[in-house]
Design a protein around this ligand. Structure first.
Ligand code: ADP
Ligand code: MG
Length: 469
């Protein structure tokens, strides 16, 4: 019987092609022959219905070719007896295709394979939405600092105790490249490890919409709803994508309610807080905000240094402190870019078998560093310097000559010359209509003092660093 079944599957595979076979048929197992019926198992209702309607007749014909006693084929929803295997990771019922799998709406609307299926049968009934979690997005590799410690703590808490009161939904928000997706994957990985029986579905809001539209098209919305409502943890990344997509929002709202009512955990990320997400329906906004809302702030210089240290260590590359300081002070926008710069340095060093030095950093990254040259305004400089020396902003432009005011003003002029493209006359004008020679004098005086007084030099360097980051 096993041999017959193997031959049948081989025939089917030849007939439908590898892609189709993997998508729909691979998970079939033969339970046995009952009377004149061959009983075939599939792990979900969705797959069962699909295979039944598309391949049912063909399966029966192939069976009859092998065994004339078999007149019918019965496809049932169940896990095969030997499910899971002992060789490790449960195949997770997770979301969603990577970008390459869903190239555009047209393709994802095609009725043919929408889901990539696990290589092995899952250990228990799970949805058929598979798991491409990014392997390196775990809690271990997430560097915690002031800007993200709250979001991180919330994420950990949800990973350890999903659906605890006060943490459902967990709404993570923050700017691009600050670690939202990383944290979400980390939660999914952790739940997978700590509580393998729970089903986690992770997907971007965009994929949610594609799936939903595809389901509408193929009149399969019931299946769509059921699949989603059967998960224990639903994670939707980049919810801002649903702005203006009313039908999809509505569907998400219902899914959301159904899951929360059943005590399931929802985790959502977006680029803004619920109250700032214009274009999201009010009732959904209210629901989104009623659990835990945690923001990830822009990185600080310290966090950027820690991240660089962690990544250099992980790559086992020695990166001098000076180089890290350069990157951390120049590439301030988001962690993705920072990472990109470090990767480039590391790749370059590997390729040419050279050490990473400040010189190679300037050489390899000159375009990047130039693009990130901070445009500091004179106003910003005046504000920071005034703050630092406990003065008012107006002191920067006033005529007062008292040393405790005049010296900081000179420092501000010096920094304006160093950090902006402004000419001396222009800088003079912005400091209370002073002459360009006054600025020139300030610049050389500050440079001189920095030579003589280490404490003063340190002060100026610190101000400069703050302004540059
Ligand atoms: P977002 O989803 O917020 O746009 P991602 O989660 O995709 O950002 O993060 C962008 C990149 O930066 C990823 O490679 C991620 O690993 C890295 N990253 C962001 N924050 C951190 C952090 N705190 N520690 C380590 N890596 C981080
Ligand atoms: Mg993201």
């Amino acid at each position: 019987m096993a041999a017959c079944w193997a031959r049948i599957r081989g025939r089917l595979r030849d007939e439908v092609g590898e892609v189709e076979y993997r998508s729909w048929l691979r998970q079939m197992t033969l339970a046995g022959i009952e009377g004149d019926e061959a009983v075939i198992l599939l792990p979900t209702r969705f797959l069962r219905d699909w295979v039944n309607s598309h391949y049912g007749d063909r399966l029966r014909t192939l069976w009859q070719g092998e065994d004339v006693m078999v007149r019918r084929v019965d496809i049932r929803v169940a896990q095969p007896a030997l499910a899971g295997g002992s060789d490790g990771q449960p195949e997770y019922a997770l979301a969603v295709a990577e970008p390459s799998q869903m190239q555009g709406l047209a393709e994802s609307l095609a009725p043919a394979p929408m889901f990539r299926l696990p290589d092995r049968p899952a250990a228990e009934p799970r949805s058929d939405w598979v798991v491409p979690l990014e392997a390196r997005f775990t809690f271990d590799t997430f560097v915690v600092g002031k800007p993200n410690e709250f979001a991180h703590a919330c994420a950990r808490r949800v990973a350890e105790r999903p659906a605890s009161p006060g943490f459902n939904p967990l709404f993570l928000y923050g700017g691009v490249g600050l670690g939202k997706t990383h944290l979400m994957h980390a939660v999914a990985w952790a739940i997978r490890e700590l509580q393998p029986a729970r089903t986690v579905a992770y997907m971007s809001a965009e994929k949610f919409m594609y799936r939903f539209i595809a389901a509408l098209r193929s009149q399969n919305t019931m299946e769509f709803k059921e699949t989603l409502r059967a998960v224990d943890v639903l994670m939707i990344d980049d919810l801002q994508f649903l702005i203006g997509k009313d039908n999809t929002q509505e569907e998400f709202f219902h899914t959301f309610n159904a899951l929360v009512d059943q005590g399931k955990q929802i985790v959502v990320s977006a680029d803004k807080s619920p109250s700032d997400l214009n274009g999201i329906e009010d009732r959904l906004r209210t629901r989104l905000g009623c659990g835990m809302v945690a923001d990830i702030h822009a990185t600080t210089y310290e966090l950027r240094i820690s991240i660089l240290q962690a990544k250099a260590a992980a790559a086992r590359v020695e990166v001098p402190g000076k180089v890290m300081e350069l990157l951390a002070s120049r590439i301030t926008g988001n962690v993705r870019e920072l990472e990109g710069a470090l990767n480039r340095l590391v790749a370059h060093a590997g390729l040419f078998n050279r050490q990473v030095t400040l010189d190679t950093a300037h050489e390899v990254l000159h375009d990047l560093l130039r693009a990130h040259e901070r445009r500091v305004s004179i106003e910003e400089i005046q504000r920071k310097v005034a703050e630092h020396y406990n003065l008012r902003l107006t002191d920067m432009v006033s005529a007062r000559r008292a040393r405790n005011v005049a010296r900081p003003r000179q420092v501000a002029m010096y920094l304006a010359k160093q950090l902006t493209q402004r000419s001396l006359p222009e800088i003079g004008r912005r400091f209370g209509n002073r002459d360009h020679t006054t600025v020139m004098h300030a610049v050389s005086r500050v440079a001189e003092l920095m030579q003589q007084d280490a404490g003063f030099a340190e002060d100026v360097a610190l101000l400069r660093k703050m302004l540059e980051s």
